[in-house]
Ligand binder design. Structure first.
Ligand code: TLP
Length: 345
């Protein structure tokens, strides 16, 4: 039986073109800045994002960590959403490793934080308080259902940050999903941020890697911090080669994942016992809920797995399904049939 794996877009496997690029990659020692393929990926990424410089890191988690470490010192404070990946899912790395104090603001269901909430969270200069240094946004917003932040909203947060002498970091793990959903150049989403981290290994299907971008000075500092957290990766052109193909070949097709997510969501809306907010499905992430108290998300996940469909339980009655390169139209039909069958039991 074929398994339809909707747990995450992180499960995507490298394409044939990527495997070939990996085999043929020209390599050197990147800690000496001598890996030509990594240098090429970084140039392509910086150009694509409209920033001065870029640097390959091992993962999205490392990207966010290295960016926060490069902006903040010990005891500094970062304002971020209470549903943000950095706050919820990164093992508390910014505080454990960087001594950076997280100040959470409520994430609205659309992935934003209210400007007035952010403004109220910025500390006065007072010996009792940590120093606010950084604001973090996430686009698309994972736990808010792949919600897209608009360039207008990001510009407003950036001007609030910069007026108050703060910096702005964007966790853009899925920034290309946002750009494709809005049908704009990704640069429009990055223009006002001081740093961005984006992933090659999610919807873009590369096996490993993320890239951070910012000013030359910022990336020089980030290079030191990447080394400190063990991320100097030597012949990482092996990874970068697939990353180049990801950027060049895999961005535009994200629209297919969004269309599949929409079809999945519309199907879920028609299944008795499930509830979904269709207007919240904007990209490739679909969250939905069990209506009845009798069935738990864990039980439904187990039942679905028995029918060849993998999803994630992300709360007692909340499930997540993510579409990606490995999922086609027929897979969506099969996933819906499995859900329907499991709910009828
Ligand atoms: N998210 C993963 C899990 O960790 C939850 C997923 O399956 O969605 N920022 C955002 C917004 C992310 O969604 C993720 C991964 C990361 C950062 C971290 O990326 P990796 O997994 O490369 O460390």
């Amino acid at each position: 039986m074929k398994t339809i794996d909707l747990r995450s877009d992180t499960v995507t496997l490298p394409t044939a073109v990527m495997r070939e690029a990996i085999c043929n990659a020209e390599l050197g020692d990147d800690v000496f800045c001598e890996d030509p393929t990594t240098i090429r990926l970084e140039q392509i990424a910086a150009e694509r994002m409209g920033k001065e410089a870029a640097m390959l890191v091992a993962s999205g988690t490392m990207g966010n960590l290295v960016c926060v470490l490069s902006h903040c010192g010990r005891g500094d404070e970062v304002i971020l959403g209470d549903q943000s990946h950095t706050f919820v899912y990164e093992a508390g790395g910014i505080s454990a490793l960087g001594g950076v104090h997280p100040h959470t603001i409520v994430n609205q269901p659309d992935g934003t934080m209210r400007l007035k909430d952010i403004a109220a969270a910025i500390r006065a200069d007072n010996v009792h308080f940590p120093r606010t240094r950084l604001i973090c946004l996430e686009n698309t917003h994972n736990r808010c259902g792949g919600a897209v932040l608009t360039p207008g909203y990001i510009a407003e947060v950036a001007s609030l940050a910069h007026d108050r002498g703060l910096l702005l970091h964007l966790d853009g793990a899925r920034i290309f999903n946002a750009a494709v959903a809005l049908d704009i150049d990704v640069k429009e989403l990055i223009r006002h941020v001081d740093s961005v981290s984006f992933c090659l290994s999610k919807g873009l299907s590369a096996p490993v890697g993320s890239v951070i971008c910012g000013s030359k000075e910022f990336v020089a500092e980030a290079r030191r911090n990447r080394k400190a957290v063990g991320g100097g990766m030597r012949q990482c052109g092996i990874i970068a080669a697939a990353g180049i193909e990801a950027l060049e070949q895999m961005v535009d097709r994200l629209a297919e994942d969004h269309a599949n997510a929409r079809r999945l969501a519309e199907g879920i809306a028609g299944i008795a016992g499930l509830s979904i907010e269709l207007e919240r499905v904007q990209t490739n992430i679909v969250f939905f809920e069990l209506v009845s108290e009798e069935l738990t998300a864990e039980k439904l996940v187990t039942e679905l797995a028995g029918r060849g469909v993998k999803m994630l339980a992300s709360g007692p009655r909340r499930l997540r399904a993510v579409t990606h390169y490995g999922i086609n139209n027929d897979d969506i039909d099969m996933a819906l049939a499995a859900l329907e069958g499991a709910m009828r039991q």
